[in-house]
Design a binder for this molecule. Structure first.
Ligand code: ATP
Ligand code: MG
Length: 399
C-alpha cells in the first residue's frame, strides 16, 4: 500500500470489526460510518484509516498520545477489539526497541498473567528462524515484566511478529465495546432522567447504532439546579458512545401542578407519563427523531406494569423502545457501573416523579378510561407552551 505523509509520521493501531464485516452488500455503509465516527473523535489529531482483510488500520499522527486513541476506540461502537502495532526495519536492534515500546501498552502494561510470542516469517531467508525469534522476544517481555509466565496454549496475551518486506508487530487485542456504528440505525429521542436506568437504556440503543438526542423534564424549583446538573453530567458521560448529543430541557413545573389539580391522585403518575409522551413526540418531530427510548423495565414500579406501558404507548404516535424491559435491576446496575454512570445516578437529588408520586397509584389502568381522564384535564395548551420554551444544550463527544 502507498504510504502518504500522515501515515509515515504516525502511530499504527489495528482494529477488529465484528458483526459489521458480515454485513454483505451493506458493509460499505457500516464501515464508512465507523471510519467517520473514529476520525471525528480522534480530531484534532490527524488520522487515516485503511481497510484490509476485515480489519481497519488506523494511522494517527505521532503527537497524539496512545491514551487518547485507546479512549476513542473504547467508546466507539462497531470496534470489537484493537491493539497498537508497529512497522519497523528488519534490523534486530530496531525490532527489540520497538517490541519494548509496544509492550508498554495494553494488554501487556499491567505486567501480569500469561503470554506467548508468535512469529511468522514470509521472508524465509531471515537470519533467525521463528523459534529463535519467539525465544528472544519472550526474553524481552520477561525482562520487563518478571511476574508474567510463558504459556503456549491459550495465553492471556500475545505479542505477534511478522517478517515480510518489513517487520510488523502487534499485540493481541484489547476489547472494544462491540455493537454497530452509531448513526447506522437513524436517530431517536432518549428520555433521560437522573436515575440509574435511562442512561443505560440510551447506551444500549447507541450500541445498536441508534444516535440519540436526550430530553429531560425539569420541575424547578421542586427539583433543584443540582438535579439538572446531574442529568447534564450523565449526558456528558454517555455522549462519547453516542458521538455527541443534544440535551433538551423542558420545564415541567406548571404542567405538574396542573395535573395535581385536575386529575385524581391515583392517576397523577399516569397523567404525568402521558404528558411526557406528548411532549416527547413534539420534540422528536422537531428534531427528526423516529422513536422514543426509555429506561422502563417490566414490573419495576407501578408505572411500568404491562397495563401502564400499554397506556403510555397509546399516548405516543411513534414507537417507544424500552431496551431494559427484560432486565433485572442488578443487571442494569452492573452495566451502569461498567459505563461509568452509576456513581452519578445515585447522587441523591430528587427527580420530578418522586415529588408528585401518589401514595396508591393505579397499577392496572384501563387505556380507554385513562385516555378520557387525560382529555378531561385540558392540559394541551400548557404542554405546548412548555415544549415551545424548551432549552437545548449541546453535549460534545469529547472522550
Ligand atoms: P430511571 O432510573 O431511568 O430514572 P425509573 O426506574 O426511575 O427510571 P420512572 O421514574 O418510572 O423509572 O421513569 C421511567 C422512564 O421514564 C425513565 O427511565 C426515563 O426514560 C423516563 N423519565 C422519567 N422521569 C423523567 C424525567 N424527569 N425526564 C425525562 N425522562 C424521564
Ligand atoms: Mg427515575
Amino acid at each position: 500500500m502507498e504510504m502518504n505523509e500522515t501515515m509515515q509520521n504516525s502511530n499504527l493501531y489495528l482494529i477488529r470489526l465484528g458483526e459489521i464485516s458480515l454485513k454483505g452488500l451493506n458493509r460499505g455503509f457500516f464501515e464508512k460510518k465507523l471510519k467517520n465516527n473514529i476520525k471525528i473523535k480522534i480530531h484534532p489529531y490527524r488520522s487515516v484509516l485503511t481497510r484490509e482483510k476485515g480489519r481497519f488500520y488506523l494511522y494517527v499522527s505521532k503527537d497524539c498520545p496512545d491514551e487518547h486513541v485507546f479512549k476513542v476506540l473504547r467508546t466507539t461502537f462497531g470496534v470489537v477489539g484493537f491493539s497498537k502495532a508497529v512497522v519497523c526495519s528488519k534490523d534486530w536492534d530496531d525490532i527489540v526497541e520497538n517490541a519494548k515500546k509496544l509492550i508498554e501498552n495494553e494488554p501487556f502494561s499491567d505486567g501480569t498473567g500469561t503470554f506467548k510470542v508468535e512469529s511468522r516469517r514470509a521472508d524465509k531467508s531471515y537470519f533467525m528462524n521463528s523459534y529463535q525469534i519467539e525465544c528472544e522476544l519472550g526474553g524481552v517481555v520477561l525482562d520487563r515484566y518478571p511476574d508474567m509466565k510463558v504459556k503456549v496454549k491459550n495465553p492471556d496475551k500475545e505479542l505477534r511478529i511478522e517478517i515480510r518486506d518489513k517487520v510488523y508487530m502487534y499485540t493481541s487485542p484489547v476489547s472494544g465495546p462491540g455493537g454497530l456504528p452509531v448513526g447506522t440505525a437513524g436517530k431517536g429521542l432518549l428520555l433521560l432522567s437522573g436515575g440509574i436506568d435511562s442512561p443505560v437504556a440510551g447506551w444500549r440503543m447507541a450500541k445498536r447504532g441508534l444516535k440519540q438526542d436526550c430530553l429531560y423534564f425539569h420541575a424547578y424549583p421542586y427539583t433543584s439546579e443540582q438535579a439538572l446538573q446531574k442529568v447534564k453530567d450523565l449526558a456528558r458521560i454517555i455522549a462519547p458512545y453516542n458521538q455527541g448529543t443534544n440535551l433538551v430541557v423542558i420545564n415541567f413545573t406548571e404542567c405538574e401542578l396542573w395535573i395535581k389539580e385536575h386529575s385524581k391522585e391515583e392517576e397523577h403518575t399516569l397523567m404525568m407519563r402521558a404528558c411526557m409522551m406528548k411532549a416527547a413526540n413534539a420534540i422528536a418531530k422537531q428534531r427528526d427523531c423516529k422513536v422514543l427510548v426509555t429506561g422502563e423495565a417490566l414490573g419495576q414500579v407501578a408505572s411500568q406494569t404491562l397495563e401502564s406501558m400499554c397506556f403510555t404507548n397509546s399516548m405516543s404516535e411513534i414507537p417507544v423502545l424500552r431496551p431494559l424491559v427484560a432486565m433485572d435491576k442488578e443487571e442494569i446496575i452492573s452495566t451502569a457501573r461498567e459505563i461509568g454512570t452509576y456513581e452519578t445516578s445515585i447522587l441523591p437529588y430528587d427527580d420530578c416523579c418522586v415529588i408528585f408520586s401518589p401514595k396508591h397509584p393505579l397499577v392496572r389502568p384501563e387505556v380507554a378510561s385513562e385516555k378520557r381522564s387525560y382529555a378531561e384535564m385540558g392540559i394541551d395548551d400548557l404542554l405546548a407552551k412548555a415544549v415551545a420554551e424548551a432549552e437545548v444544550f449541546e453535549v460534545p463527544y469529547t472522550v
